[in-house]
Design a protein around this ligand. Structure first.
Ligand code: FE2
Length: 374
């Protein structure tokens, strides 16, 4: 990743004091019970909480999944009307909420709105016998929202209204959200980059520029915004670009019917172990061309891992001036070619695998071609 870009002045006091990190990611899905089972069985998450008719919630059912610091919430509508059903009809299963941990949800909301964020829910307190949590929500790209979660003293399993319901997953070594990638429409990337810079004081980094070879292969332009305490929140933002083939970002936008979260990257301390286990459990990954591994030693130099194991598991490697990373991408996790996951292990490298784009996109294009969308 190259140096920080010149941009409008950011607001460091906002970044450092108000957003602590990613709190949870909520999906709106057609069937939350089955989605929860998928993330438990294929990815090793524990199911830790539930809310629905049995807890007094009439219009939805939600399951909370946890692994390390990663919290995913699967929410399904119980009827044909309302925001959840609308979201699922339009987008299929997808990410509705990227929630931030904050110390003061009221201040986070007021500051974001003062800097141009559109309000969705004013700061409000929800409580049960385990304590109280303050929440507030603003809109971001597409139908996606950011919720500020202030739960300092709260003792419950997740949020008020959720009951403890523990079903152990076997764990797979995934422990923290490394980054979440957002796809936006052609020519809108800079607008959303400026939005994150202005509204949350996020730093801006160039990832691919117009002349980049990666843009030709990936048919996307990408910039990265980063903020939160210690830079713990990272959102690469993509828009389609002219490339050698039809952009996968366009395919996403067509099937998601607008901008949204393209992939969620989860970090592991041992990618060989994690991916071996995930494959056994039935998680499906993109294949890398065989030739990729022949040129790898020249491109990457010495690495700790056994090259044969990486090739067997289809794990990709990239390097920057700070070190290297290992990564692999799942196939889309629903029938529409929209949301997928990345498993990543960083060994110093701060990038996102730009050097893998050529190899990766050859693999994606094979799948795109098979769907007749190339
Ligand atoms: Fe990524």
């Amino acid at each position: 990743m190259s140096a920080q870009l010149e941009g409008p002045p950011r607001a460091p006091e906002y970044r450092e004091t108000l957003l602590d990190g990613v709190d949870h990611i909520e999906f709106f899905v057609g069937n939350a019970r089955q989605a929860a089972h998928f993330y438990r069985s294929a990815f090793g998450f524990d199911v830790v909480g539930y809310s629905g008719p049995e807890t007094g919630v009439r219009d939805r059912a939600s399951y909370v999944l946890r692994q390390g610091e990663v919290v995913l919430v699967m929410t399904a509508p119980l009827g044909p009307d309302g925001e959840i059903a609308d979201h699922v009809r339009r987008h299929g299963d997808g990410v509705r909420t990227l929630a931030f941990q904050v110390e003061d949800a009221g201040a986070a909301f007021q500051d974001a709105v003062a800097r141009g964020a559109r309000p969705v829910a004013e700061p409000h307190v929800v409580e049960d016998s385990d304590g109280a949590v303050r929440l507030a929500t603003v809109r971001t790209f597409g139908d996606t929202v950011h919720t500020f979660v202030e739960r300092e003293e709260y003792q419950g399993v997740f949020l008020p209204g959720y009951r403890r319901e523990f079903k152990a997953g076997s764990g797979s070594g995934l422990h923290v959200v490394d980054h979440c990638v957002c796809n936006v429409e052609l020519t809108r990337m800079d607008e959303w980059v400026a939005w994150y810079n202005r509204v949350f004081g996020f730093d801006v980094f160039q990832e691919f520029d117009e002349q980049d070879i990666a843009t030709q292969y990936s048919a996307l332009r990408s910039k990265v915004v980063r903020g939160g305490r210690g830079g713990s929140i990272t959102f690469p933002i993509n828009e389609p670009a002219k490339g050698l083939k039809r952009s996968q970002i366009e395919e996403y936008l067509d099937y998601y019917h607008g901008p949204g979260v393209q992939h969620i990257a989860l970090h592991t301390g041992d990618i060989v172990e994690t991916v071996g286990w995930l494959r056994q459990q039935g998680a499906e990954f993109l294949a890398a061309p065989r030739a990729y591994y022949e040129s790898l030693p020249d491109r990457i130099g010495d690495i700790d891992e056994d090259l044969e194991k990486l090739r067997d598991l289809n794990i990709l490697v990239d390097r920057d001036e700070h070190g290297y990373l290992l990564q692999i991408f799942t196939r889309p996790v629903e029938d529409r070619p929209t949301l997928f996951f990345e498993v990543i292990q960083r060994k110093g490298c701060r990038g996102f695998g730009k050097g893998n784009f050529q190899a990766l996109f050859e693999a994606i294009e094979q799948e795109q071609a098979a769907r007749g969308n190339l």
